[in-house]
Design a protein around this ligand. Structure first.
Ligand SMILES: [Zn+2]
Length: 763
């Protein structure tokens, strides 16, 4: 950028009442000008997005020229612009489509859309279509959702529209058509397209009729997962969201041409997707692009949650499609301040972990002018790095030998109203253990085991309670073909409705059988008891107490003194803390029980803290020796849930040992250094791409991070996929030249230091 540009930029900014900022904007001369042309459709090419979420106060002061320069300076290829829905940011002729307050006749959407097109940027017209003002409600009360008492559902002063009403069948399509024809945006997205969530049942006439016609049931009066009417209501709701998705796409393509797609925003939280009736797998089979609204990390999930989400979505969407993600540059999460800048490392690490999982960056501001001007400096450096290196960041395939299995059906019908306890925590425990052990993995949808299996040596079922017969058959086939399996908790014990089976669907593989036929809803059931923490332990078998040098409470007369490799590093203990509970199972011949349960005993007062029942035969971990080929482990003890919840290193180490044993050490990567590093490997043509993200910081488990803590030296050994040769090695972040060795299909090298991340490309 030259001096003249800088002056032009700064003088434009200085004329604002609330000057967005005086910052160093680059000239954009090398910007990709092909966003709206070419053979590949725009939604496969546009990889950097920006969104200035317009507030109703913005129209008076929105400085389009300033933002054009900002788009260039961040190397954008597309923008998301507020268009219509609850309020319109353009002069609309659709009845009851109300103008945004303070718009005063300005065609702000039009101004921005034209400016973006002049900059060769793609435009996603952003809708927000789930509620309306009182005048609308009074004109069409039958278009709005009502509760069991006949009262309208409201959010603040606004009335919530019903997903089964003409609001979605006629009103929104009329707006989409008007915008598509008038402004020709490349496509449409919607902030809040899926109507009421699961916690609110609508009893309007439209819903009653549709539900009865399609299912024969009346709308359920209460939440009861054991009631078939409620279950059908869940499915019916999911199907309606798919209809909306299809209708909106049909509408925008008819009005704007075949590339004018509609892609409503989706969440990074599977629990929220479930509660919003948005089936990720079904939507991904329809979608050309997923607009991911997942702006910041949670303390419990960490930054690595973003890579996990990216891999999970690509697993059902395909790796050749794109998943841009709205990334908050303001202080989002815990707590939220819409107008204050988020610490740069916090914003940047979330973006980096997204990129590591195949997500494309999309900066997000709320409001078009900011007094905290630091916010404008946050995205630029990473966006420019992304532009320089994007050939290695998209359209690639993950390289991993471990697959962790998920399904939304399991969240709904097994997780029910306790999805965090029943489903999310076990998932988090397994995936965090994998990240800590630096073992690359991919999420695998339970219906996609066949298509993913070829490259995997191990499948993990993290308390995948509800499984269909087909999914069970898929796992069985995987094992029959030599694959290994780890299943935890109640995996395969329930059918697709969440009804308990007489025995685990995979009991033959586990070599273990359920013996307790207790009602799944009784107070004594696991479901009722998992939210609590118990003073329980697990005993490692064999007990080595007799060989210990010091005092030992227990001795094991027949102990051989040799333990299984899953207990590597646990030589000096015969017990580990547990904290959970488990269901007793009976085991088949040919199985080894490696851990047994020690029931709860008092913590207080300390004098009472001694084991009442130090030894039981209740299995906590079972290895099945009778299967040929793969290694099989069934772990009734919910160590995965406990690790997801409490982060105790023993639990993480044990899970990692178990995974290494089950994978028969077929893990294509070894990384040696201190710290927490998320490791993801990809393959693209003749390139191997290794993305190492340094998660080590003072804020690793408590946001925000405001300082990077470098790690290194980092010793790396990575296996070369067939067809990849190690002739050159590039570091895309530090751009250092380093030496490497390549022998026997592996390449080895040492990186001196990683500040936030490094991408290694071998070819
Ligand atoms: Zn309704």
């Amino acid at each position: 950028m030259d001096r003249r540009d800088f002056i032009r930029t700064t003088s434009a900014a200085a004329t604002l009442t609330l000057a967005p900022d005086i910052i160093n904007l680059s000239d954009g001369s090398s910007q990709d000008k092909k966003a709206t042309t070419g053979d590949i459709p725009w939604y496969r090419r546009v990889t950097r997005w920006g969104q200035t979420n317009i507030t109703e106060k913005d129209p008076a002061n929105y400085d389009v020229d300033w933002w054009r320069k900002y788009w260039r300076s961040t190397a954008l290829q597309g923008v998301i612009i507020n268009a219509g829905g609850i309020v319109a940011y353009y002069p609309s002729n659709v009845p009851l489509h109300r103008q945004a307050q303070y718009l005063e006749g300005r065609d702000l959407f039009g101004d921005l859309c034209r400016a973006a097109h002049e900059e060769d940027l793609a435009v996603f017209a952003r809708m927000d279509s789930n509620r309306a003002h009182e005048d609308f409600y009074k004109a069409h009360p039958d278009w709005f959702a009502i509760d069991g008492k006949g009262e309208p559902y409201k959010a603040g002063d606004l009335f919530i529209t019903c997903i089964n009403s003409p609001y979605y069948n006629e009103h929104i399509p009329a707006i989409l058509t008007e915008i598509a024809k008038s402004y020709k945006p490349e496509g449409f997205t919607d902030n809040s397209w899926s109507g009421l969530s699961r916690d609110s049942i609508c009893y309007c006439e439209n819903c009653r009729k549709s539900f009865h016609n399609k299912t024969g049931f009346e709308i359920p009066l209460t939440v009861n997962w054991d009631d078939q009417a409620y279950r059908e209501w869940i499915r019916w709701n999911y199907n309606r969201r798919l209809e909306i998705w299809d209708l909106n796409n049909k509408t925008t393509m008819k009005a704007g041409g075949p590339a004018c797609i509609w892609s409503g925003m989706n969440s990074g939280s599977l629990i929220w997707q479930s509660e919003s009736f948005r089936d990720y797998r079904e939507l991904c089979q329809r979608a050309e692009i997923i607009m991911l609204d997942s702006q910041a990390r949670s303390d419990t999930g960490g930054f690595q949650q973003n890579a996990d989400t990216g891999k999970l979505i690509h697993g059902v969407l395909g790796w050749d499609k794109l998943v841009p993600e709205s990334m908050a540059m303001y202080q989002a999460g815990r707590p939220t301040f819409r107008l204050a800048s988020k610490p740069v490392p916090e914003a940047r690490m979330w973006m980096i972990e997204g990129i590591a999982g195949g997500i494309q960056p999309w900066w997000h501001f709320v409001g078009a002018s900011h007094e905290d001007r630091r916010i404008y400096h946050t995205p630029g450096p990473l966006f420019l790095w992304h532009k320089a290196n994007e050939e290695f960041l998209i359209n690639r395939k993950p390289v991993a030998t471990v697959g962790v299995v998920w399904s939304q059906l399991n969240l709904d019908f097994y997780g029910r109203d306790q999805a965090e306890q029943m489903v999310e925590l076990p998932w988090r425990g397994i995936t965090q253990a994998l990240v800590r052990a630096r073992i690359p993995y991919i999420p695998v949808h339970a219906d996609h085991i066949d298509s993913e299996a070829a490259n995997l040596s191990l499948l993990i079922l993290p308390n995948l309670g509800a499984m269909t017969d087909n999914q069970i058959a898929g796992v069985r086939k995987f094992v029959k073909n030599g694959g290994s399996l780890i299943a935890t908790g109640e995996s395969s014990l329930y059918n697709e409705w969440g009804d308990r089976r007489p025995d685990y669907g995979l009991s033959d593989l586990y070599g273990a059988h359920a013996i307790d036929q207790a009602d799944a809803n009784s107070d004594n059931s696991l479901r009722k008891r998992v939210p609590d923490t118990y003073h329980t332990y697990l005993r490692l078998v064999p007990d080595l107490g007799k060989n210990a040098d010091g005092p030992s409470g227990m001795t094991e007369p027949d102990a051989t003194g040799v333990r299984h490799s899953v207990f590597k590093g646990f030589d000096e203990t015969d017990i580990i803390s547990f904290g959970g509970i488990l269901e007793p199972v009976k085991t088949d011949d040919g199985t080894d029980v490696l851990m047994t349960f020690i029931p709860q005993f008092p913590i207080y007062p300390p004098e009472t803290a001694w084991m009442r029942e130090p030894k039981t035969n209740i299995p906590g971990l079972i290895l099945n020796r009778i299967t040929a080929g793969g290694n099989i482990a069934f772990m009734p003890a919910d160590i995965d849930r406990q690790f997801g919840r409490y982060n105790l290193p023993d639990h993480g180490k044990l899970l990692a040992n178990l995974i290494r044993w089950a994978a028969k050490d077929k893990i294509p990567l070894a990384v040696e250094c201190s710290g927490l590093i998320d490791c993801n490997i990809y393959r693209k043509n003749e390139f191997l791409i290794l993305h190492l993200v340094n998660l080590t910081s003072a804020g690793t488990w408590r946001q925000p991070v405001d300082e990077y803590i470098p790690v290194g030296p980092v010793k790396v050994r990575v296996m070369l996929p067939e067809g990849v040769n190690a002739r050159t090695l590039r570091l895309l972040v530090s751009e250092q030249k380093i030496l490497f060795n390549s022998t026997n299909g592996w390449v080895e090298f040492v990186i001196n230091s990683i500040i936030d991340h490094e991408v290694i490309v071998v070819s």
